[in-house]
Design a protein around this ligand. Structure first.
Ligand SMILES: NC(=O)c1ccc[n+]([C@@H]2O[C@H](COP(=O)([O-])OP(=O)(O)OC[C@H]3O[C@@H](n4cnc5c(N)ncnc54)[C@H](O)[C@@H]3O)[C@@H](O)[C@H]2O)c1
Length: 354
């Protein structure tokens, strides 16, 4: 089968830790182009990964490169929409990092452009592809939990703000933690229940911690270049009556045992959560069984690498003309919820979806 020729725009952390290494695990792709406004990043990456790739500093030029079939957009959030549209209009399939875009209107433009071009589009919401949520999803499908009416998703990081790049700058990043951890925490419960049908959103954001840069895992930041939220909470109600409580923070004096994106759920027959340091591959089920309240931790031995899962499904979707694992319509709803959280936080009111 044809070898897909791929170009990557934005040669920063996610390109060099997720996209390029996961793509290179396959022998049916070639990375033929890299683009960054800092060309030395491309040079270094080309050398580090032994790539035979052209280097661009202008993304328009990469998108026009006739040899490329696929473009991966790994730049800061406010650039996602324009770069995706440019790549699609040049007939490329596009993998865009999360959040899909900063506004719901932009995500809709991206979906329309992909339809018009007859090309595939996906978004990097890979946290759902850990063994624990995949097991939970199967159990939900099998009806194990009964009627699920309450879910919680959490990513509370005591001190883990990405102090590199543009993350603390609203104009350059589109927002703070809600644009960073938010997409995964909003997507996970919706993906688990296959329910993206939102009724309303009430959100709150905080920027209380910007003057406390000590002890950050990823280094200190400049409080004078920090105009985004470090914490966001939201109550999301779904049209079927289910409620999701979402919490995401880069900096918070509150402990969460699991160092990642986790979900818990309550159903009429049983409940479950992802707990502990091995939260990616362990779930805890609580239920009334054999005459008593019981807690069990089923063994999960499947090894899934979420980054490779995302990339493999993406490449397979292009080759086999199937849907990618993350549908753009799902990522679009996630952005709509993010937008509603900001709106609700600003107005103090609930935002209702039609
Ligand atoms: N899926 C995930 O779990 C995950 C994790 C981390 C980051 N991300 C997403 O990936 C994106 C990038 O994040 P990162 O952590 O790699 O940031 P980063 O700052 O390390 O990398 C971004 C790169 O884009 C380059 N860039 C900026 N403007 C450009 C332009 N006009 N043309 C070409 N290159 C340009 C920068 O020079 C930089 O090298 C963000 O949207 C972020 O939300 C996703």
């Amino acid at each position: 089968m044809k070898t897909l020729k791929i170009g990557v725009i934005g040669i920063g952390v996610i390109a060099t830790t997720k996209h390029i290494p996961s793509l290179l695990k396959r022998d049916d792709i070639e990375i033929k182009a890299l683009c960054d406004i800092e060309p030395e990043k491309c040079e270094k990456t080309k050398k580090d990964f032994g790539l035979d790739a052209r280097i661009y500093t202008d993304y328009h030029a990469l998108c026009k490169d006739p040899e490329l079939d696929v473009v991966h957009v790994c730049t800061p959030n406010p650039l996602h929409c324009e770069m995706t549209l440019e790549a699609l209009s040049n007939g490329k399939h596009v993998h865009c990092e999360k959040p899909m875009a900063c506004t719901y209107a932009d995500t809709q433009k991206m979906i329309e452009a992909a339809e018009d071009a007859g090309k595939k589009l996906t978004v990097g919401l890979q946290w759902r592809y850990n063994p624990a949520p995949m097991r939970m999803k199967q159990m939900i499908k099998d009806g194990y939990f009964g009627d699920i009416y309450y879910m919680k998703s959490q990513q509370l990081r005591p001190r883990r703000l990405p102090a590199y790049g543009v993350y603390t700058n609203k104009a350059l990043n589109g927002g703070g933690v809600l644009m960073d951890g938010g997409p995964h925490s909003i997507d996970l419960p919706m993906w688990l229940t296959d329910n993206y049908d939102v009724a309303s959103v009430r959100g709150v954001i905080f920027d209380k911690m910007k003057d406390y840069p000590e002890g950050n895992d990823l280094g200190p930041w400049d409080p004078n270049n920090f105009d985004v939220e470090d914490t966001a909470m939201a109550m999301i109600t779904m049209k079927n009556g289910m409620m999701i409580y979402m919490e995401t923070a880069w900096l918070i004096n509150m402990l969460q045992e699991a160092p990642g994106v986790v979900a818990s759920l309550a159903g009429t027959k049983a409940g479950a959560d992802m707990v502990g340091p091995k939260f990616e591959s362990s779930i805890r089920i609580n239920e009334y069984k054999d005459g008593k309240l019981t807690v069990t931790t089923p063994e999960i031995t499947e090894a899934v690498n979420m980054n490779e899962y995302d990339i493999n499904h993406w490449i397979d979707a292009i080759k086999n003309d199937t849907d990618p694992a993350v549908l753009p319509e799902q990522a679009s709803v996630v952005t709509r919820v993010i937008e509603a959280i900001y709106e609700s936080a600003a107005s103090g009111k609930t935002v209702y979806f039609e």
